[in-house]
Design a protein around this ligand. Structure first.
Ligand code: BGP
Length: 468
């Protein structure tokens, strides 16, 4: 059991605008890539979500009461620019000023992402990140936010570039739902990285105050069993999921070794990547200018070689054992005996966080300071009635083992300075809906009442051990 957190440790909870705010049509907000898609699917609605748009004072109050000193939020681009570009929407701007003021008044430092899976619909319809007009619009939106929200000192450009590209174009569970469209996936990775780099360069050129970085979810890929063929499969998947983006972010180039793996994967899928003249100069200029790095960690993949066609099934319901993943020319996901999985088939493996932290510090020193910006357990918490504590011992065990791995990496010399649990309160999960809960605080989605989970008590207890 973790007994004590380091002095000055950032101890936070994470949210994303579209997953918590609700109020998707309030005060002039424009549509995102999700509104029509979710309506067509008919599975669940993004309204009212956790109604954070109205209830943020209650959630910030809870955060304060339960020992958090930081929160991750994202700005909904389409609240600021309802159609992605054009004139700013004053009501949207005012909302975020109120939110940040409330955080600061309660001693909760806001860490703010500009893009968390919610491209405005107009830009999405025109090709999303595959269209470079989205990059131009993103740079203008970011510049506006830096100039406007000067109370924010900790910025992230984009959350989880790979999850977006992978879910949209490989796994097909985010709109526009392509399956194994490898060309689009790798191009989206590159274009998002370029967007990030342009924003970092602008932030520094204009001398904005504060820190800027981005967030990658890192999925360590282990060969299982450890044969040479499986190790090669793991290296290919690692290049696609982690290494290509880490290289671009912190080395400012895709190294020859990385490109050898990426090209093998692209060739096997008749796919290609287009790098335009000048792109790499922009990426290079940004690589040493990130102030910090947000690392999300949930799980590793265990991979074996595979020679057939690509197929996958996505477990979006929490029915254990309903997922699989086989990627042509890359590999297939396998279970490693002895490694537990969640109801959504996610491997529970804290060692993976330790391994990744060590690797980032060793191979990418330009990451400088690392924060774990998301980690948590999706679980079907059982409601006990109004005012009744919810027992989530399983989550406490998960969080405790992961925070222990983080502290172990710190003890081994990794500069990791904070931990944000995913998530602050229950919210909806993009491709899973409302039964996949992660929060420290339970949300009764019928009444919007908050209930305390045992993990919140655990969080508070550890928060008290942070010295200044
Ligand atoms: C990350 C995202 C979050 C969040 C989390 C849990 O990839 O940044 O937005 O949803 O994963 O994932 P899921 O909701 O699919 O369980």
């Amino acid at each position: 059991r973790v007994k004590k957190l380091p002095a000055g440790f950032v101890w936070g909870g994470a949210t994303a605008a579209y997953q918590v705010e609700g109020a998707t049509q309030a005060d002039g907000k424009g549509k995102t890539m999700w509104d029509d898609y979710l309506a067509q699917q008919g599975r669940f609605s993004p309204d009212p979500a956790s109604d954070f748009y109205h209830l943020y004072p209650e959630d910030i109050e809870l955060a304060k009461l339960y020992g958090l000193n930081a929160i991750r939020v994202s700005i909904a681009w389409s609240r600021i620019f309802p159609s992605g570009t054009g004139e700013p929407n004053a009501a949207g701007v005012a909302y975020y000023h109120r939110l940040f003021a409330d955080c600061l008044a309660n001693g909760i430092t806001p860490y703010v992402s500009l893009h968390h899976f919610d491209t405005p619909k107009t830009l999405f319809d025109a090709g999303d990140w595959l269209n470079r007009a989205t990059i131009d619009a993103f740079v203008r939106y970011a510049d506006f936010c830096f100039g406007e929200f000067t109370e924010v000192k900790n910025w992230f450009t984009i959350n989880e570039l790979i999850s977006l590209a992978f879910s949209q174009y490989i796994q097909g569970n985010f709109p526009p739902s392509h399956h194994f469209d490898v060309t689009s996936a790798i191009q989206a990775e590159h274009n998002e990285l370029l967007a990030h780099a342009r924003v970092v360069n602008l932030f520094k050129d204009k001398g904005y105050a504060g820190r800027i970085g981005l967030i990658h979810v890192l999925e360590p890929v282990y060969a299982y069993p450890e044969t040479p063929e499986n190790q090669h499969a793991a290296a290919l998947e690692d290049a696609f999921m982690n290494r290509f983006l880490l290289d671009g972010t912190f080395k400012g180039e895709y190294t020859d070794d990385t490109m050898a793996l990426i090209n093998e994967l692209l060739d096997a899928n008749d796919a290609h990547l287009t790098i335009e003249p000048g792109d790499m100069d922009i990426i290079k200029a940004a690589a040493t200018q990130n102030d910090y790095f947000g690392m999300n960690y949930y799980q590793p993949a265990f991979v074996a070689a595979y020679s057939g066609e690509s197929t996958n099934r996505f477990n979006g319901t929490g029915e254990k054992g309903t997922s699989d993943f086989k990627f042509k020319g890359v590999g297939q996901h396998v279970k490693k005996p002895g490694v537990d999985q969640t109801d959504w088939d996610w491997n529970i493996y804290p060692e993976g966080m330790y391994d990744m932290l060590k690797r980032v510090a060793r191979e990418y020193p330009e990451s400088k300071t690392i924060y774990i910006t998301e980690n948590g357990l999706g679980y079907k918490d059982e409601y006990q009635g109004v005012g009744q504590l919810i027992n989530d011992d399983k989550r406490i065990d998960f969080l405790d083992r992961h925070v222990a791995a983080l502290l172990q990496a710190r003890a081994a010399g990794v500069n990791v300075q904070g931990y944000f649990v995913w998530s602050l309160q229950d919210q909806f999960s993009w491709a899973n809906g409302y039964n996949k809960r992660y929060g420290l605080f339970y949300v009764n989605f019928d009444t919007q009442a908050r209930e305390i989970k045992k993990s919140a008590l655990w969080f508070r207890e550890l928060g008290r051990t942070i010295g200044s």
